[in-house]
Design a protein around this ligand. Structure first.
Ligand SMILES: NC(=O)c1ccc[n+]([C@@H]2O[C@H](COP(=O)([O-])OP(=O)(O)OC[C@H]3O[C@@H](n4cnc5c(N)ncnc54)[C@H](O)[C@@H]3O)[C@@H](O)[C@H]2O)c1
Length: 406
C-alpha cells in the first residue's frame, strides 16, 4: 500500500489543534499521502488553511478543501462528506471529527465507502449504533479506532502496567474532574453541545471513565448524572455543569465532575485530574494524576493572544506542543500526536496484511486493548447512553443493562 489518502470530515477546533498537525507531520514522514478535508462550511476550511500556527509548523504543506473556499468562501454543504468519502480510493483512512451526534452517519458512510476509520471520541451515542459499526467494519476487514488520546499519555500506560502487575491492589473509590474554560461557551459548542444532544459529562467525562477501565480492566455497571441547565451566550440551553457517579463491577465508585466553567483567568487550558484510592490485602494504595498542572510555571511579560490565555500560565508539555528540532518548520510532540500516529499506523498494518489475515489482526488489536475499538470499548457507549437517560431524568441511577448488552 502506498501512503494512504487521509480524508478528514469536520474542520473545527480539534482538527486545528491536534488532527491536522498530526496528519501533516505523518505526511512529512511519508506515512500519510494526500490530505483532504471536508467541512460543512467553506469558511472553517479557509481558517485552517490560513492558520498562522499551522503555516509556521508545516511550511509548504496543504490540504484539499471540500467545498473549495477559493471558489466560494460562503459555501455550506451538510452532505458533501458522502461524495468525498465515496470518491476516495477504497481502503484508505477516513477521520471523523464532526459533532458527537453526527458520528454515526459519517462513520457508516465511511465504512460503506470501504474506508478505515479514525474517529474522535465518543464513537457514537447509542449502544445499538456501536454494535452496528462493529459488525459492518468486521465484515469488511476495516479498522475503526476511537481516539481516546489520554490512553497515550505515558502516565496512563505506566498506571495500567503497574495496576495490572498488582502494585495497587484493587480500585475502590475515585474522583476525577475535567472542567474546560468558560470561553468554550462562546465557541461553536453553543450550536451543538445542547441539552438535547449532549452534556458536559458526555462530552468530556467519558475520558476518565475510559481511563479507569484502561488502567484497571474493570467494567462500569451503573451511572447517575446530575446536570445543571445553563444558557450559552446565544440563548441555547446546555447541561454545562455535571456530577456523575459511576459504579464498577467490583463495587468501586468513581465520581466525575465536568463543566464548561473553569475561570478564563485561571492558569492552564483547563483543570483536570484523576485520583484512585485502592486496597491491598491489609494496606491502602493510591494513584493520583494532576493532568493539568505538570510542573511548569511560566509568567509572561504580556498576555499572549488567544481565548483563555493568561499572563501566568501552567502549560502542559505532554498533550500537544510544537518544538523546533532544527526545521524545516516545527515538530508536534505529545500524546495527542502519538495517539493519531498509533491509529493511523494500525490502519496501515491492517491494510498491508493479506486479506485472509486481516480478521485475526483485527481481533489481536481488539484484545490488546491499547487502541479503543467498537468491540473492546462498548462500555463507553453504554455509560454514555445510560448517562443521557439519567441526566434527562433528574439524575436517577441507570443500570447499564437497561441500555444494552456488553
Ligand atoms: N479531548 C477530545 O478527545 C476531544 C476534544 C475536542 C473535541 N473532540 C470531539 O471532536 C468532535 C468535534 O469537536 P470540535 O471541538 O472540533 O467541534 P467544532 O464545533 O469546533 O467543529 C465541528 C466541525 O464539524 C463540522 N461539521 C458539522 N457538520 C458537518 C457536516 N455535516 N459535514 C462536514 N462537517 C461538519 C463543522 O463545520 C465544524 O468544522 C466532537 O465529537 C468532540 O466531542 C474530542
Amino acid at each position: 500500500m502506498s501512503a494512504p489518502v487521509a480524508a478528514v470530515i469536520g474542520g473545527g477546533m480539534i482538527v486545528h489543534d491536534q488532527i491536522l498537525p498530526s496528519l501533516y507531520h505523518l505526511q512529512r514522514q511519508g506515512i500519510v499521502g494526500e490530505i483532504r478535508i471536508c467541512s460543512q462550511r467553506a469558511s472553517s476550511l479557509q481558517a485552517l488553511a490560513e492558520s498562522e500556527t499551522l503555516r509556521r509548523a508545516f511550511p509548504g504543506q496543504s490540504f484539499h478543501p471540500y467545498p473549495d473556499f477559493k471558489v466560494d468562501p460562503n459555501a455550506r454543504h451538510a452532505d458533501l462528506y458522502r461524495e468525498v468519502l465515496a470518491a476516495m480510493p477504497p481502503r484508505n483512512i477516513a477521520i471523523v471529527a464532526v459533532p458527537d451526534q453526527l458520528h454515526y452517519d459519517v462513520i457508516m458512510a465511511a465504512l460503506h465507502a470501504n474506508q478505515h476509520v479514525l474517529t474522535v471520541k465518543p464513537l457514537v451515542l447509542l449502544v445499538s449504533q456501536a454494535a452496528e459499526i462493529e459488525r459492518e467494519s468486521a465484515l469488511r476487514g476495516l479498522l475503526v479506532g476511537i481516539e481516546y488520546h489520554k490512553r497515550f499519555d505515558d502516565r496512563s500506560l505506566m498506571a495500567r502496567r503497574r495496576y495490572r502487575e498488582g502494585n495497587f491492589g484493587e480500585f475502590r473509590l475515585g474522583t476525577a474532574c475535567l472542567l474546560e474554560k468558560w470561553y468554550y461557551r462562546h465557541s461553536n459548542f453553543q450550536n451543538w453541545c445542547t441539552t438535547e444532544n449532549s452534556d458536559a459529562f458526555a462530552y468530556i467525562g467519558c475520558h476518565y471513565v475510559d481511563l479507569v477501565h484502561f488502567i484497571t480492566g474493570l467494567l462500569p455497571v451503573s451511572v447517575s448524572v446530575y446536570g445543571i441547565r445553563d444558557r450559552y451566550p446565544n440563548g441555547n440551553e446546555g447541561f454545562l455543569w455535571t456530577d456523575a457517579r459511576v459504579l464498577w463491577n467490583n463495587g468501586a465508585c468513581l465520581n466525575v465532575q465536568n463543566a464548561l466553567g473553569f475561570p478564563d483567568d485561571a492558569p492552564g487550558t483547563n483543570t483536570q485530574g484523576l485520583t484512585m484510592y485502592c486496597a491491598g490485602s491489609d494496606v491502602g494504595a493510591l494513584i493520583s494524576h494532576s493532568d493539568q498542572y505538570r510542573g511548569l510555571q511560566y509568567s509572561y511579560v504580556k498576555r499572549p493572544s488567544g481565548a483563555g490565555a493568561t499572563v501566568y500560565a501552567e502549560p502542559s508539555p505532554d498533550y500537544f506542543q510544537y518544538v523546533d528540532l532544527g526545521g524545516p518548520g516545527l515538530v508536534p510532540v505529545g500524546y495527542g500526536y502519538r495517539s493519531i500516529e498509533a491509529i493511523v499506523g494500525a490502519c496501515i498494518r491492517v491494510e498491508q496484511a493479506e486479506t485472509e489475515d486481516r480478521p485475526k489482526l483485527l481481533r489481536e488489536i481488539d484484545s490488546a486493548g491499547i487502541l479503543a475499538t467498537p468491540a473492546n470499548s462498548r462500555y463507553n457507549e453504554r455509560v454514555l447512553e445510560a448517562g443521557r437517560l439519567s441526566i434527562l431524568n433528574g439524575g436517577r441511577q441507570v443500570r447499564l443493562e437497561e441500555v444494552g448488552p456488553e
